[in-house]
Structure formats: C-alpha cells, structure tokens
Design a protein around this ligand. Structure first.
Ligand code: C5P
Length: 245
C-alpha cells in the first residue's frame, strides 16, 4: 500500500509542530511520515528534525540537492546524520553527482553499523521533472515533462538511487522500466481540490492504484479547514486501492 507523507510547508517551527502534533494525536491508521522542505528547513534548521522524530515521524527531507559531486556528498551525509529517512537530490545533477551521493550514504551506513551516527539507511531519491511543469515550460528541454521524467528515472536506477520523485501519471511507465525504483508522487489533489501551482496532478486513489510508493500531500491537508478530516479521507481512499503494478 502507498504511504502518505504530509508536506509541512509552513513558515515556522510553531506552526509546523502544531500541525504535526494535531495529526499525531488523531486516531488514524497511519505510519506517520512528514516532509520538511526548503521553506521550513531554512527557517528552523536541523533542530526541528529531532523534534519531529521525537513525535514519532519518519522524515522526508526534500531539499533537492543540486551542486558539484563533492558538495552534494557532504550535504547528503549531513542530512542522513541528522536522522532523516528519505532525502532528495536532482537527477539533473547527473551520474557523477548521484553516484557521489550514494557513496556518501553507504559510507555513513558502514560507520553506523560500527556504532556511530545515524542508525538505519536513508532512502536516496532523485527529483525528475517538477510536477508544477506544464509541457513546454522546462527551460532548455524539448521533451515533455512526462518523457523527461521517465528518461531520467531509467538513468537514476543505474546511478544507485533508491527512487524518484515523479508525477502520479508517470508511475506506470517508470515501474515498467525499473520495477524496483520507488516512486514518490507529489501533485496529489483529491477530487475538487484546486490545483494551485501544480500542473500534473492526480487524485490519491488513482496514484495509489498506479503503484505510487509514497504520496506527498501538502495543501490538501495542511490548508484544509480540518486537516485531520482531510488526512483521514485520503488515507481511506488509498487503502481501498488495489495496486496495478
Ligand atoms: O501543497 P502540495 O500538495 O502541492 O505540496 C506538494 C509538495 O511536494 C511541496 O512540498 C513541493 O515542494 C513538493 N514537490 C512537488 N513536485 C516535485 C517535488 C516536490 O510538488 N517534483
């Protein structure tokens, strides 16, 4: 079954912890995952990660690292050592950058087996095409976002990544080519919820049925009149879906 990750896209620690606490207190059949992205991490820093871990959350740190291989290797190491369970790099950083991130995580895992730092492997995930891109909007890239995402995903599988961030509509093609690659899908919109800046959206039930491993949902939950009701409704809709992959 797909896991549901709540994107805590909020301006400060007080707001984020209030939301995280409220969702944890509710009686829900949910393995609690949250996403900390660039807004919240820039405002709060790594101390927030510890607070969320203490609340029982697994953390997806989505900072989309994109830099020279040595710099990304260091950033990945720092993120994993801070106790996150999943983190992102840009596939567009290319093979050497992605492999360098992989090596950095593997070296950290070897150290943790020897009793220091982070306990347990973080998933290394590559961003393909942002779900906010409509066809023709990607600067300098002639492919459609779908074709670009599928092409990058097949490369990412060979570069040592554990999964990719992609639109729900790309999951079937990606899984067909690389069945072991995890698909992390943002751009999730329950029926009737406004798309906002997203351009390649899918409903949670359809993304779950397509085989998405993780659904990343922000505004449909955190901006809902009642976030607990919204989370419960999405959990119910994905629980009832047989996976097609
Ligand atoms: O509010 P909404 O549900 O659109 O939030 C989606 C989340 O997923 C945001 O935190 C955004 O940064 C993230 N994301 C995305 N598209 C990607 C990668 C990450 O929307 N390709």
């Amino acid at each position: 079954m797909s896991q549901l990750v709540v994107a805590l896209d909020m301006p400060d620690k007080t707001a984020a912890m209030a939301m995280a606490g409220r969702l944890r207190e509710a009686d829900l059949a949910w393995k609690p995952w949250c996403k900390v992205g660039m807004e919240l991490f820039t405002a709060c820093g790594p101390a927030l990660l510890e607070s969320l871990n203490k609340l029982g959350y697994k953390i997806f740190l989505d900072l989309k690292f994109y830099d020279i291989p040595n710099t990304v290797a260091g950033a990945v190491r720092a993120a994993a050592a801070a106790g996150v369970h999943m983190l992102t790099v840009h596939c567009q950083g290319g093979e050497r950058m992605c492999r360098s991130a992989r090596q950095s995580l593997d070296a950290l895992d070897a150290e943790s087996r020897e009793g220091s730092l982070h306990n347990g492997q973080a998933l290394l995930i590559g961003v393909t095409a942002l779900t906010s891109f409509a066809p023709g909007e990607m600067p300098g890239i002639a492919l459609t976002p779908a074709a670009f995402a599928v092409s990058l995903a097949s490369k990412a599988a060979g570069w040592g990544l554990d999964g990719v961030v992609c639109a729900g509509v790309d999951v079937k093609k990606i899984k067909l080519a690389s069945p072991h690659l995890r698909c992390i899908c943002p751009g999730i919109r329950p029926q009737g919820f406004e798309a906002g800046d997203q351009r390649r959206s899918m409903t949670p039930d359809k993304a779950a049925a397509a085989g998405a491993d993780y659904l990343v949902v922000g505004r449909p939950i955190v901006a809902a009149a009642d976030p607990v009701v919204a989370l419960r409704s999405i959990l119910e809709s994905i629980a009832s879906q047989p996976r097609m992959t």
